[in-house]
Structure formats: structure tokens, C-alpha cells
Design a protein around this ligand. Structure first.
Ligand code: AMP
Length: 279
């Protein structure tokens, strides 16, 4: 695997690959890699000629400085995992390489960036669009691979490529879970054994709501999900909401494709999860 730390070195290498008409797949990450990330690498390997991954803990998408500080950074292990997975290129830039001092700008993405995660983490999607836009301009991939785990992020990035007339195709890949159902996340490392067990309430509640889809209205699904999670030991619920898959809007119409999205803290760790309800 080729590893580059500067934009110019990465661009030079990718220009030579593109000159040979190779297609580029891109998997941006913040590192602390797990099977969820590696599933995106596998999908990219199946689909494109050259697979580029990046590891960059993007400071502008963290609204909590403590969360940024304690975000895990096991770079050597990540390099070993990417190498074993068959990733071709890793981009590993410093913050100075990616941002000018005091840089602020924003692509206005409308309501989608102000609801759910956007409401709970002000400025989060501003940071996400800043870094992904920069990385797309640099890597110029044919396809970007992203996880359904961050469903709203995929919606945001689809909007971003539309607004910026970017030619990058966004492919969404399924959520990878631990055998007990917990969605894999770099933040799971912070959970104690007890907190891990408590965190299972997120996926079990999503499954309960999905299993009862035919008998409940949207309002009842939200009420039941909220009640189950509020009553779960160790769970501090942020939101449990049912929205449309296409636009993340509220609806009462169960004929539309619907998704349930949940965010909650377990101890000091904030977790998110979601499930398509009528697929
Ligand atoms: P992150 O490193 O958390 O920024 O995630 C990098 C990419 O991996 C994003 O596209 C995430 O949606 C994706 N991802 C994270 N966790 C999972 C998971 N459990 N299953 C599938 N994709 C995931």
C-alpha cells in the first residue's frame, strides 16, 4: 500500500493512475478502523481499479473538544488492517495540510443539515462537507463509498455533490454489526462491558419497531421506540425518530420508504444507529 501525507504527493500518484484510465474508489475515514470500514474497502475493491482510503480526524466536525481529544488514533494498527484488506493507497494528512489557519466556509445544504444529528451537533455537517469536499477535489474519485451507519451523512453528501455539480457517485453500504447486534463504531472502544450490554438497547429497539411495522402508525412507532429506550438502564436518549428514506422528512404515510434513526449516550459515549423499516 502506498502511503502519502501531502496533497501534492497523492495528486501526483493518482494522476499517473488516471492516465492509465484506472477508476478510483474512495473511502474516507477517521481511523480506528473496524469491520464496518473494511466492508467499504471490500466494496470499493470489487467496484473500482484503485482504492484510496484516508484517515483524518477532522477537527471541524467535532462540536465537543473533549470528543475530539479522546477520539482513538491507532494509526499503526489501521495501516496493518488496510494493508491486509488490499487497499491500494492511504492518505494520512496533518490538520495543517488540510486547513488554512482560521478557515471558515460552508456549503448551505438546507433543512437536512439542521435536523437530527445536525440539531444535536451544531456545525457537524458543516465540518463534514468541508473535509469531504476538499478530499473529493483532491482524490477526484469516480465513486465514494460511505456507510448507512451514518445515514444522514450520506443524504448530506448526495446533496453536496448535486449542489457542487461534482461528478462523484456516492454508494451507500450496509451497516456492519457485532454478533450481538451493536452497530460497529470507533467509539465502541470507550464502552465498558456493562455499557456495551446496555447499548444493545439501540439495535433491539430498532428491531422491535421494524418487526411491529405493520401494526403501528408512525406516531406509535416513535412513541414505543422512545418509551423502550427511555426505560432502558444506562441509556440517555437523544432522539428516536421515524423519517422518510428519500428526504428525512416527517410523514404519517406508511406507503413511503421509512427509516428509524436513534441517537443516545451510554455513559460518556454517544452512539447512533438506524434501520430501514419497510425494505
Ligand atoms: P468514520 O471513521 O466513523 O468517519 O466512518 C468512516 C466511514 O465508515 C463512514 O462512511 C461510515 O458511515 C462508515 N462506517 C462506520 N461504521 C460503520 C458500520 N458499522 N458499518 C458500515 N459502515 C460504517
Amino acid at each position: 500500500m502506498e502511503i502519502f501525507k501531502t496533497k501534492s504527493a497523492l495528486s501526483n500518484y493518482l494522476d499517473s493512475q488516471k492516465a492509465e484510465n484506472k477508476t478510483i474508489g474512495f473511502v474516507p475515514t477517521m481511523g480506528a478502523l473496524h469491520d464496518g470500514h473494511l466492508s467499504l474497502i471490500s466494496k470499493a475493491l470489487e467496484t473500482t481499479d484503485i482504492v484510496v482510503s484516508s484517515i483524518f480526524v477532522n477537527p471541524t466536525q467535532f462540536n465537543d473538544p473533549k470528543d475530539l481529544e479522546k477520539y482513538p488514533r491507532p494509526v499503526e494498527q489501521d495501516i496493518a488492517k488496510l494493508t491486509a484488506a488490499g487497499c491500494d493507497v492511504l492518505f494520512l494528512p496533518s490538520t495543517e495540510e488540510m486547513y488554512a489557519p482560521g478557515e471558515t466556509w460552508h456549503i448551505e445544504l438546507g433543512e437536512t443539515e439542521r435536523i437530527l444529528e445536525g440539531a444535536s451537533r451544531p456545525g457537524h455537517y458543516q465540518g463534514v462537507t468541508q473535509i469531504v469536499n476538499k478530499l473529493f477535489n483532491l482524490v477526484k474519485p469516480d465513486i465514494g463509498f460511505f456507510g448507512q451507519k451514518d445515514f444522514q451523512q450520506v443524504m448530506i453528501l448526495r446533496k453536496m455533490v448535486e449542489i457542487t455539480s461534482s461528478p462523484v457517485k456516492i454508494v451507500m453500504c450496509p451497516i456492519i454489526r457485532e454478533t450481538d447486534g451493536l452497530a460497529r463504531s470507533s467509539r465502541n472502544i470507550h464502552l465498558s462491558a456493562e455499557e456495551h450490554a446496555q447499548a444493545l438497547a439501540l439495535s433491539t429497539t430498532l428491531n422491535t419497531i421494524k418487526d411491529s411495522f405493520s401494526k403501528w402508525s408512525v406516531e406509535e412507532m416513535e412513541a414505543h421506540g422512545t418509551a423502550l429506550l427511555t426505560a432502558s438502564p444506562g441509556i440517555i436518549l437523544d432522539y428516536f425518530e421515524v423519517r422518510t428514506v428519500d428526504t428525512l422528512e416527517r410523514t404519517n404515510n406508511k406507503e413511503e420508504a421509512l427509516i428509524a434513526l436513534v441517537a443516545a449516550s451510554v455513559g460518556k459515549t454517544r452512539l447512533i444507529d438506524n434501520m430501514l423499516l419497510n425494505d
